[in-house]
Design a protein around this ligand. Structure first.
Ligand code: AMP
Length: 397
């Protein structure tokens, strides 16, 4: 990577501002998935082991009104972070002011301080989310160095990433951000070929730009999930009650034309009459669909066909489930693709964030791939070929 990395910095005795992504799901005052906190540990531990003073910034949820503050305090994360680091974490329930400045000035080498949710600054005029100049300058004034390790917000230009970076003078990537740049950036800029993309999920409309960009880069694009039915409808098939975006059929046809032999569609399906987790009525080609049926998953022949293509790949990017993977009877396609990816030990395998990442982890494939991205929206925009502000603001070496 040509970008400055946290390990390139002289950290000893320095106040190191670190933008992490602690935007974890919380249900009934419990963190239900702490993967994002765990993923930030290597950078935090490196900074404190090198004698730096770690000052952590993160957002949590959406904060629009003063009432939203009550349910979105980062205090809950402080407790889990302290357990994982096995050391005290100083929490400041403010995003600016005397208390924050005093606590920072009292830090010893190796201490960790967590600042309250950066989005508390959004209540008065969206200062964080609109990258308010004064706020970025103020936060930058609190430290000596800045490390960005939040890939989940890399597609946004906020005061706590771009704002701090542009005011402090330089920005290094943390280990997590660097891994995202190496894997996703590497796959789209200089892939080992064949590069095969597997795209699924609900809608074509969410992934048009990804398909368009990958058509230029990938050797093959496998399309499954709800998206596939818009392509099949565009080709003139009756898809019954399956998910279809009628207004996207022309576009699907255009993409098929552009893609020529690159786009691979499923060849069989799991049909049912109801959107319920019941045994499929039957499997078959799209033309075997009966009155009142819909398809909620790809079938075994598609899994075998896709597996054969994936076996030959040297780089695989997967984003979006092949079916309604939340239903036990319709997760076979998604599981089949995960298995095919895990079995190709030669290939670089990259799982896009969001649903695909949680499916991979929940189905037991946590350690089976080269990289599981921590950013849903950010990984999609990266695959679209967009420049992400949170990566652009990282200095070159
Ligand atoms: P996305 O957020 O675009 O990746 O979409 C994920 C959602 O797509 C999941 O909640 C799946 O249940 C849904 N999905 C995948 N395949 C189908 C399908 N055949 N019919 C309806 N929904 C689907």
């Amino acid at each position: 990577m040509s970008k400055l990395l946290v390990s390139d910095l002289d950290l000893k005795g320095k106040k190191v501002l670190i933008r992490v992504d602690f935007n974890v799901p919380i249900v009934a005052d419990q963190i239900t998935d702490d993967n994002r906190i765990k993923a930030a540990l290597p950078t935090i531990e490196y900074v404190i082991n090198e004698g730096g003073k770690a000052i952590l910034f993160s957002h949590l949820g959406r904060v629009k009104t003063a009432e939203d503050k009550e349910n979105n305090s980062l205090y809950i994360v402080k407790t889990r972070l302290a357990e994982l680091l096995n050391k005290d974490v100083i929490f400041v329930p403010e995003t600016r002011g005397k208390l924050l400045e005093t606590e920072i000035n009292h830090l010893q080498n190796g201490d960790v301080l967590l600042v309250e949710n950066t989005r508390f600054e959004d209540v008065d005029g969206k200062k964080e989310s609109k990258n308010d100049q004064e706020l970025g300058k103020y936060w930058a004034s609190l430290g000596d160095l800045f490390v960005n390790d939040a890939f989940g917000t890399a597609h946004r230009s906020h005061a706590s990433n771009v704002g701090i970076a542009s005011n402090i003078g330089s920005c290094a990537a943390g280990f997590l951000l660097a891994k995202e740049i190496d894997f996703i950036g590497g796959a789209i800029s200089n892939p080992k070929r064949p590069l095969v993309a597997v795209l699924g999920g609900a809608k074509v409309s969410d992934k048009i730009s990804v398909i368009e960009n990958l058509l230029k880069l990938a050797d093959q694009i496998i399309i499954g999930g709800g998206m596939a039915y818009t392509f099949l409808k565009a080709l003139g098939h009756d898809v019954g009650g399956s998910l279809v975006e009628l207004d996207k059929c022309d576009l699907a046809l255009e993409l098929l034309k552009q893609g020529k032999d690159k786009i691979v569609l499923p060849i069989d399906f799991a049909f049912t009459k109801e959107f319920k987790d019941l045994e499929p009525a039957h499997y078959g080609t799209i033309d075997t669909i009966k009155e009142g049926e819909m398809s909620l998953d790809i079938g075994p022949k598609s899994i075998a066909h896709f597996t054969k293509i994936l076996k030959e790949a040297k780089t695989i990017i997967w984003n979006g489930p092949m079916g309604v993977f939340e239903f036990e009877h319709y997760n076979l396609g998604t599981k089949g693709i995960l298995k095919a990816l895990a079995e190709n030990k030669e290939a670089i395998t990259i799982i896009g964030g969001g649903d695909s990442a949680s499916a991979a982890i929940n189905f037991g494939y946590q350690d089976a791939f080269s990289h599981i991205s921590t950013g849903g929206g950010a990984s999609l925009e990266y695959l679209e070929g967009k420049k992400l502000p949170g990566i652009e603001c990282v200095s070159e070496k």
